[in-house]
Design a protein around this ligand. Structure first.
Ligand SMILES: [Zn+2]
Length: 69
């Protein structure tokens, strides 16, 4: 099933722009996010996020399969 993914426009302390799934509580706390689209997997969403931000990373909580840093 596809889920809606978002990227945080504000980088976190290490420069990463975190990717979140709709409903993640960390997404709800982010002030400035961009909608990426609906994807089958977090890795697909991360690939699109990396077109926007060179340093993009999956959220530890909702995209742990693609979380690196
Ligand atoms: Zn998240």
């Amino acid at each position: 099933m596809k889920k809606k993914y978002f990227v945080n426009n504000s980088a976190q302390y290490n420069g990463d722009h975190e990717v979140h799934v709709e409903g993640c509580r960390w997404l709800a706390m982010a002030k400035d996010v961009a909608y990426l689209g609906e994807f089958e997997s977090a890795s697909d969403a991360l690939a699109v996020a990396k077109m926007r931000y060179a340093k993009a990373d999956g959220c530890f909580f909702c995209c742990n399969s693609v979380h690196e840093s």
